[in-house]
Ligand binder design. Structure first.
Ligand SMILES: O=C(O)CCC(=O)C(=O)O
Length: 260
């Protein structure tokens, strides 16, 4: 297994970033946000959790344990509920970076909060975001911004280098809330080419829609593992109509099972 302790040495020139992103299917940007920006973001995440989450629809708020409001696991579409997060997503340096990496105009489609609460945060099954996105062509990036110190113990993200070059792989149901689909087979080759990405608050990881990735559960007793995910599609990418239908069916299923 490979461990990326620091971050990839990347030249800040957009051309070098694009080359590395195209070669590996992911790239990291240490200190993408400076300490002042991180503090401001952290305060806004806390404000959002306290003031906005209680009135959000169930489809956009997931808990590890639905009866325990301290076990918040995922939030969806944060930009739709709050100006601060709208500005983070649109017309921001995240959007500019997405556009540089995809080589053209992009549209922001989701701003998510991910948490693996201490001790109970579940693993993220191996998957490709493109399987969920249902795009043609599959041109999109996901940005993953660390809010906590993240390492092997609390479940850092692990990418399979170069896996974006092999197209979409078969997925099946996982039973994991928030990650309903996962790879049917996680091969020995995938495991061999896996890179564990440690990160500090403000560090940014970006991966292609076809890059296979996963994360372990949070084994720490006292450290959460929080992050934000920002998703941008290339404007050339068209979403299948089937996606909204499947999404609706999944939400109904989760509601009737009492999971959301
Ligand atoms: O936070 C995680 O564990 C995984 C997030 C993820 O799969 C993604 O951002 O695409």
């Amino acid at each position: 297994m490979n461990i990326r302790t620091d971050s990839i040495q990347c030249d800040n020139e957009p051309g070098f970033q694009t080359l590395e992103f195209e070669r590996n299917g992911f790239i990291s940007f240490p200190k993408f946000l400076d300490s002042r920006e991180v503090s401001e973001l952290y305060e806004n995440v806390e404000r959002f959790k306290e003031q906005i989450v209680p009135s959000m629809p169930r489809e956009h708020v997931f808990y590890e344990d639905i009866n325990d409001c301290t076990s918040l696991k995922q939030l969806q579409q944060m930009y739709a509920y709050d100006d601060y997060f709208h500005q983070l997503m649109f017309g921001s340096k995240f959007e500019v970076l997405a556009s540089n990496l995809l080589g053209g105009d992009v549209r922001g489609v989701n701003l998510q909060y991910f948490n693996k609460p201490a001790g109970i945060g579940q693993p993220t099954p191996p998957h490709q975001d493109g399987y969920y996105f249902m795009l043609e062509p599959n041109e999109a990036v996901t940005m993953w911004l660390a809010l906590d110190d993240v390492d092997e113990e609390n479940g850092c993200v692990r990418y399979v280098t170069g896996s974006h070059k092999n197209g979409l792989q078969p997925h099946g149901a996982t039973g994991t809330l928030g990650f309903s689909k996962g790879l049917l087979e996680y091969s020995a080759d995938n495991r061999k080419n896996e890179i564990a990405c440690r990160a500090r608050p403000g560090d940014l990881l970006v991966h292609h829609a076809l890059t296979i990735h996963r994360a372990d559960g949070n084994q720490s007793r006292n450290r959460s593992r929080q992050s934000l995910g920002l998703i941008y599609y290339s404007v050339a990418a068209v979403e299948s109509r089937e996606k909204a239908i499947q999404q609706q069916a999944l939400m109904e299923k989760l509601k009737s099972a009492g999971k959301i």
